[in-house]
Write a protein that binds this ligand. Structure first.
Ligand SMILES: Cc1cc2nc3c(=O)[nH]c(=O)nc-3n(C[C@H](O)[C@H](O)[C@H](O)COP(=O)(O)O)c2cc1C
Length: 345
């Protein structure tokens, strides 16, 4: 069994990645229902949280049906991170995660996210500020290093462990790669196999099939894997990985009925968390993900996003279900998209 502090997970747990504008409570609950063993909130700015910004406070909402769940903070200021850690503790998540991996210019420029990979001393100070300020297990998610010439994760991992973190997730890219190229898991494996490391090491980057999940877990020896983009619109990935691991066989692809049912489940969660108007609004970007791959679905999606209330959405979902009844998706449903293609370096 893999444990983070006092949280006992499964053997080789599957983690849902923190994703801004994606990993909200309804989505986390859906992924949990399909087998995610640990989920994370979207990242939350420690400075905004301390100032009481409503948007940041709302990201602290967590519910029983998604536990265990970690709240992720980012920030470049020790005092704000310390205060924010105490605020996070008061909301009683399972753990607190620090984001040292976000490559976005606005975050990096403020000395947060992957920006700290250029200054491991600062990274350690920021980590210690969190560890000191909460009794929650503190974990870190980061990248291999700043750029190709400065992949310092081996050293960084040891120093973060010494600073008191209780698990480390590594996305196998550098900051300067953003999402380009392929994730390099060799170095993740080296961190895991460093005899000095005692805490769980989770690998992350480009897992998009049960076969790859199993192959990478075995080849690199990581304690578990974290999945981001592949789960967007396809929470079945968690169930599929577990089935494949157990039986060596791929389960049948989800039926259209199942895909619509998941979309409904997400809709219900969004409505109950946000209220009817905002819930519907939040769902507008999600339909296409749940229904992708169905021929001619674009026209239905265009109609779904314009509907004024939940009842008409539910009715149109039923119509979609009936129209595509029995349709078997042949193409591989998961295509990893570079959501940061236009991100400035
Ligand atoms: C839309 C989007 C938002 C993201 N937001 C966050 C975030 O808030 N915190 C974080 O640590 N990583 C964030 N990431 C990075 C993911 O957690 C993950 O490390 C990355 O997508 C690589 O994993 P994957 O190949 O399984 O998607 C985000 C990624 C995407 C695609």
């Amino acid at each position: 069994m893999v444990s983070i502090g006092n949280i006992v997970l499964t053997e080789s747990p599957l983690l849902l990645a923190p994703m801004e504008d994606v990993s909200d409570p309804p989505f986390r609950a859906v992924c949990k229902a399909f087998g995610a063993d640990l989920t994370y909130t979207e990242f939350i700015s420690s400075e905004s949280l301390v100032k009481g910004a409503i948007r940041s406070r709302r990201k602290l909402d967590i519910f029983a049906n998604e536990r265990p769940v970690g709240i992720q903070l980012y920030g470049g200021d020790e005092d704000s991170l310390a205060l924010a850690s105490a605020i996070v503790e008061a909301t009683n998540p399972s753990l607190l995660d620090i984001n040292f991996g976000c490559p976005v210019k606005g975050v990096v420029g403020r000395g947060a996210g992957a920006g700290v990979l250029r200054d491991p001393d600062r990274m350690v100070r920021l980590t210690e500020a969190c560890v000191r300020s909460t009794r929650l297990p503190v974990t870190v998610k980061t990248r291999l290093g700043w750029d190709e010439g400065s992949k310092n994760i081996l050293d960084v991992a040891e120093r973060l462990q010494d600073a008191g973190i209780q698990a480390l997730t590594i996305h196998g890219r550098t900051r300067c790669q953003l999402y380009k190229g392929e994730a390099d898991w060799d170095l993740i494996g080296k961190v895991k196999n460093n005899p000095r490391m005692r805490i769980p090491i989770f690998g992350n980057g480009d897992i998009d099939s049960p076969q790859k999940a199993l192959e990478y877990t075995n080849r690199y020896g990581v304690d578990g894997i974290m999945i981001g983009r592949a789960a967007i619109g396809y929470p079945f990935i968690f169930r599929e990985i577990k089935h494949y691991r157990l039986t060596g066989e791929m389960p049948p692809a989800p039926t259209v009925e199942e895909r619509v049912a998941v979309c409904r489940m997400h809709l219900e969660g969004a409505l109950s968390w946000n209220g009817p108007a905002q819930g519907l609004n939040e769902m507008r970007g999600r339909y296409a993900h749940y229904l992708k791959g169905l021929p001619g679905i674009q026209e239905y999606v265009r109609r779904l996003v314009r509907l004024p209330d939940a009842d008409s959405v539910a009715a149109l979902l039923s119509k979609i279900e009936a129209s595509y009844c029995g349709y078997v998706t042949e193409a591989h449903p998961i295509k990893l998209v570079d959501y940061h293609a236009n991100c400035a370096l």
